[in-house]
Structure formats: structure tokens, C-alpha cells
Write a protein that binds this ligand. Sequence first.
Ligand SMILES: *[C@@H]1O[C@H](CO)[C@@H](O)[C@H](O)[C@H]1NC(C)=O
Ligand SMILES: *[C@@H]1O[C@H](CO)[C@@H](O)[C@H](O)[C@H]1NC(C)=O
Length: 423
Amino acid sequence: MVNFTHLLTLLIAQYGIIATALPRQVRQASPPSQYAANRLLDGLSDDPYQDSAHFRVYGADAATANKTLGILEAAHQCFVQDLGWRTPGLDNKKGRVGKEVGPWYKMKVYKDETISIRSAAGATEPNYDMGLALLRITEGYLTSPRVLGHEFGHAMHFSEKRWWETVANFVAELYVATPTCDQARSVFGVRGGDSIIHLTRVIGDSHQVIVDATSGSSNHYHAWPFLSYITNSPDSYSGLGKQIVLDMIRKYPLNSNETPLHTIERLLGRGVGVQKVIGRYWARMAYVDIGNAKAQSKFNLERKSLNYANLDDLGHGRYMVKAARAPRYMGANIIPLKASASKVSVTVMADGSYTATLAVKGGSSTRYVELNGGKGEVTLASDEGLSLVVANTPTLVQYDAFNISAELNRGLIYSVQLFGAIV
Ligand SMILES: *[C@@H]1O[C@H](CO)[C@@H](O)[C@H](O)[C@H]1NC(C)=O
Ligand SMILES: *[C@@H]1O[C@H](CO)[C@@H](O)[C@H](O)[C@H]1NC(C)=O
């Protein structure tokens, strides 16, 4: 998998360095149809290159460069032209949203084998002086929409001055595996692909802190389905929807310790807290019912192999969460149940704040019953399946995903009493 941890650290460390040595430039008011060549960012500029309207690719043979350019132009069409993200062709220090100031530069892409030494398929390299990023891609991935989509995602949010790995994979998924970019891709002859959802991590390890970037247990590449959920917004909570990720990026106070969850909290309408949103997200992940058809098909193929061993059986319908699997900050346990009667009732007792939901899966749709005061009850039709989902949803706290405290990694201890079903 692509490893950007180093780059991310670098970016955080150098954040805020402002260039003083920019040459005088002619200001343009609206983007030209062809962006200008950018001579200031050259590293390997003696290599042959090939241009498209918004990109320049160095070092690749003509046929490969043509494919790379097509993939990137389709991404530019979809995200910048159709969805309104800021183009990475703009200096990220200049011009507010809607009042961008040129010049607009072609983003440079280099075929670069040296990055494969760091076992990366590609990397986005920010230049803080220029406020621009370039891409370094190993030869084997110059025609990969998934890798180029991920790196383009980084370049876009570098342009927005906000930076999360989770966002880059959200962009890659949206680009490759959802209908959102079908039209833009078809214009440039770029084929879609499978969902990049990583179910053994996102479901099998759903008890982890929702975004955890610590080495050894990191899930920040895999946490993007939450962003898909709030974008597709199947529960129609006010404030969520198609623009939410861009809103989150733009309404995030720069250099603050706020987490993206704080930003969502502020964007949500009255009456719905971020805890409810997270509880419902996890409930929907019981059957990957988040409005992403390819991710759900992958789940249907892989669900039998996922780790759901979250509880210990105490007998008489009582169960206790396993300490090692207790859901941590904004994480959850998904617990498939086997019904033994048509009426199933559940009581959850816990030592902290949580959101528990019964996910009832029918042939064509899934319904959700939130537990109230720890109690819930459902009557099942003969073809319906059932899961209990317990999410640890305390008051929001600030945290560093790269250095998670023991307090945040302390799981929610709870027990369950079941009638009419077993685990
Ligand atoms: C790829 O090559 C074809 C044929 O020369 C050309 O029409 C097309 O514009 C090229 N694509 C890009 C993105 O440059
Ligand atoms: C991680 O956080 C702890 C406090 O929770 C702090 O003492 C420590 O210096 C931090 N480590 C790094 C590498 O930032």
C-alpha cells in the first residue's frame, strides 16, 4: 500500500512556511482552457514530457503518458470542473475560494522509480514556496486510476491547505468505483474499477479509534467509508450530503487542534449530534448499506471471512465484550445475531456513552432500530437477518491520530442481554 506517513509528517512539520522569492507574475482572473507550463518546480526536467490541458508528464513513453494524462484529465473534469474542488494548478497561498488568482499551472507528474524504495506506488510532493504539489509515480502505476486518483486527492487537498490520508482514499474511491465520475471518465476513456474498501480492517477491526494513524495499527487509509456515508447521506441528516467533505475541508480552522469530527459537528443541523451520525454509520456498516454498491458487493463476497468475535458468552443469553475488542473512541462492534424467535429483544449495559442500534437486513433493504436507554426490540420477518451494533460515542475530544493517548484507546466495557437470539 502507498505509504505517505513520512510525507504527512514533513507537511505538518513545515506547515506555514511562506515563500518570499516568488517572481512577479501576470494575474489572471479566470482559468484559461490550457494551464501554463510551470518551469519553477523542475526536478527532472531534462526528461522528455507530454502535455495535456492541465498536466505535464515527464519520463514516460508516449503511449503511457497519454493514458496518465487521460486519467488525470478525467479526475480534473470530475472533481474540479463538476464537483467544485480547488484545482491543484493554483498556488495554495493565493486567492480565496471563488476569488482564485492565477496563474494556473499544469501539475507535473514524474515517472520516478526512486520512490519505490520506500515501497510506495506514488507520492505527492508539496512545494511550500510555490504552494504547488507535483506527483512522483512509479512506472507500473502510471496507468492506475486508483493510484493517480489517490495522489490527485492529495494534490487537491494540499491546494485547499488541509491534509488527511483518509480524504485521498475517499477521492480515489469516488473516482474509480462510484458513478460520480462515470461521465468524466468516459470522456477520457478511463475505465472504472472495484471498490478499494478494506473490510478486514474497517469491519474486522471496527473497534479501533475511528481514524488511527499510529504505526502498527493504523487504519487512516481505510477509514474513508465514513466520508462516503456522510456524502451519500442515506439518513438525510441536515448538513450532510454531496458537498460535506469539501465543506469540512473549507470550514476547518487552519492550524487548529480541531478534528474533522468537530467540523462535522458544526456543520450538522440542530438536533443531530455527531455521536448519532457515527452510531448510524457503524450500524449501516453491519451490511455496508452506505450508498456504495461496489463496496457492498465486496462485503457480500467477504463477510464470511471477517472477524466478528467481539463478545464472550456468559450463558443464559448474557454476553460480555472481550477487553481487547472493546470499542475505542468513535469505534464500534458489529455483532451478527442468530434469531431463535421472531421477536428479539436486547438490553445493553455499559460504563460510558454509547450509541447502540439493531440493523435488520431484509431482502432488498435494511432498517435500523436505535436502542433507547439501552433497550431495543424488533419483530423479524422470516427472511430478515439481524445485527447489534454498539458504538463508543462520547463527547468529542481533540486528538492526534499519530499519537493516540491511552485514554482514547480505552475501550467501552459493556454487557448484552439477549432474548430470542444468540450471538
Ligand atoms: C491521447 O492521444 C490521442 C491520440 O493522439 C489524443 O487524441 C488525446 O487527446 C490524447 N489524450 C490526452 C489526454 O492527451
Ligand atoms: C504523544 O503524546 C504524549 C501525551 O499524550 C506526549 O507526552 C508525547 O510527547 C507525544 N509524542 C509525540 C511523538 O508527539
